[in-house]
Write a protein that binds this ligand. Structure first.
Ligand code: HEC
Length: 122
């Protein structure tokens, strides 16, 4: 009986409810690698003042809503997200003036693949 309950709690529930709260590691990754990167490299055109192509990257809602071309984050196939293609200079080139460093692009790829945790700070 105890084993059955443990099995449910440890394996079945997390598998059925993947959209649980982000883990501490996911939150830290976002706060250290992604939020500052968006602020430094993207907010001048996708922030509170300007929203090029209708996209905001300074709020979770803005990120999830995407821009004029639709969602920037492909939840089914994170690797094919428009945002990732943009920083990889595939479909469009973002930031337009200078490509991000490889490790910054890798961080975005990892973050998207890992569920794009975006904790809201009030
Ligand atoms: C100097 C201004 C500027 C900066 C900085 C910038 N962008 Fe953009 N962005 C644009 C413009 C202009 C467009 C629309 C033009 C186009 O589609 O080529 C756009 C479009 C996009 C789109 C497509 C939105 C849609 O739905 O059509 C994405 C995704 C995007 N940018 C991501 C980023 C990311 C991520 C960064 C930071 C790493 C960034 N951009 C930085 C100007 C900028």
């Amino acid at each position: 009986m105890v084993c059955r309950v443990l099995f449910l709690v440890l394996f079945v529930i997390p598998a059925v409810c993947p959209a649980a709260e982000p883990t501490k590691a996911q939150v830290e990754f976002f706060e250290k690698k992604i939020r500052p990167l968006f602020a430094e490299k993207c907010h001048s055109c996708h922030g509170s003042e300007k929203q090029k192509s209708g996209l905001r990257l300074d709020t979770k809602d803005g990120f999830l809503a995407g821009g004029d071309s639709g969602p920037a984050y492909n939840t089914e196939k994170p690797e094919e997200s428009l945002l990732l293609d943009a920083v990889r200079y595939k479909r469009i080139e973002m930031p337009p003036d200078r490509k991000l460093a490889e490790d910054e692009i890798d961080a975005i790829a990892k973050w998207l693949k890992d569920g794009a945790a975006w904790p809201i700070v009030k």
